[in-house]
Design a protein around this ligand. Structure first.
Ligand code: NAP
Length: 309
């Protein structure tokens, strides 16, 4: 039985291994997605006790929210799910954090999801001109009105986060963090620990690289996000694959595979409350969920940290 964690200073209690759903209806991110497979995966995840689901308007311009909402409804377990979504993208491809825009965006998300409240709503990206405390103030009003249960921000710089949190309204942040991308340890971690803010890393597998399944000669089709990412190109990609391979014997010693070891490593960090690995298939979800039960010793944690220092 997995012990639940409390997300930041919210009253949201979750399994520390959640599910990222940008591959559920996120046709603008991944080509050739099968929508029914996505819905079935989310339902199977909920049935298995995965209760922290992460979506966004930006994933398929609302399609991911519709499909995740459908899966929650069909699961019959709304009360057991902590649903996080995000907004800031405008129809013309820009971003807005204006209070009136965010309030409308939350109403639109509620409709697409088919829900009467959202557990955690993040401002997905900062815009250029709205004062961040005003943007977050609008979400705080929605929280007081019962439309959302917790306030989040994502892709905010430290300065933007501090401005957003000047009244103490930020409950959770979601930022880029994984073993290849560790800057957050120096920037966000000390602040979130001090303020009691929950930290949810995105790209925990560096888009699959840290799941340990690629060979040095793996290639990605055009239209796939990874086709253009620098860490998936040429010598850099080969070097990254070699580094990930060094995790395999450590994972073996715990009877895990690399993906599970990496997830377990993250949730052992004090600043990290939960992770939201993305998945396309049920078996990946079931597999990842097992990492919630793993206990790593301090020597292992130090070794992994040193490998990717
Ligand atoms: P990720 O979690 O780093 O990687 C996900 C990929 O890893 C999957 O698509 C799958 O790739 C592979 N994978 C997952 N489990 C696996 C397993 N057990 N074995 C082998 N491979 C496995 O990247 P992500 O999905 O882009 O990010 C996670 C979530 O973070 C997203 O779903 C989204 O909710 C959120 N996110 C937020 C932001 C933001 O701006 N706030 C940005 C990006 C992502 P394949 O099956 O395709 O190989």
């Amino acid at each position: 039985m997995v012990s639940k964690v409390t997300l930041g200073k919210t009253d949201l209690s979750i399994n520390p291994i959640g599910l990222g759903t940008n591959a559920v209806g996120g046709h603008n991110i991944y080509p050739n997605l099968d929508e029914q497979q996505g819905v079935d995966m989310v339902k199977a995840a909920i049935d298995r006790g995965v209760d922290f689901l992460d979506t966004a308007y930006a994933y398929g311009n609302g399609r991911s929210e519709e499909l995740v909402g459908q899966a929650i409804a069909e699961s019959g377990k709304r009360q057991e799910v902590v649903l996080a979504t995000k907004g800031a993208h405008t129809d013309d491809g820009g971003k807005s954090n204006r209070p009136e825009f965010l309030k409308q965006a939350v109403d639109n998300s509620l409709k697409r999801l088919g829900l009467d409240y959202i557990d955690l709503y993040y401002i997905h990206f900062p815009d250029e001109d709205t004062p961040k405390y005003e943007a977050v103030g609008a979400l705080q009003e929605l929280k007081e009105a019962g439309k959302i249960r917790a306030v989040g921000v994502s892709n905010f710089s430290m300065d933007q986060l501090k401005e957003a949190n000047q009244d103490g309204y930020v409950d959770v942040i979601q930022e880029h963090y994984n073993l290849f991308e560790r800057e957050a340890e120096e920037t966000y971690f000390p602040y979130v620990k001090e303020q009691g803010i929950g930290f949810v890393p995105f790209f925990p597998f560096a888009s699959g690289l840290l799941a340990g399944k690629y060979e040095e000669d793996t290639t990605f089709p055009e239209g796939d996000l990874r086709h253009q990412k620098p860490e998936f190109q040429g010598e850099k990609f080969k070097e990254n694959v070699r580094k990930v391979n060094e995790l395999k014997p450590i994972a073996d010693s715990y009877g895990l595979d690399t993906a599970q070891l990496v997830l377990a490593y993250y949730i052992h960090q004090e600043a990290i409350d939960a992770v939201i690995p993305g998945a396309k298939r049920k078996d990946q979800v079931f597999h990842n969920n097992k990492a919630a039960d793993v206990t790593l010793d301090q020597a292992t944690i130090t070794r992994i940290s040193q490998l990717f220092s």
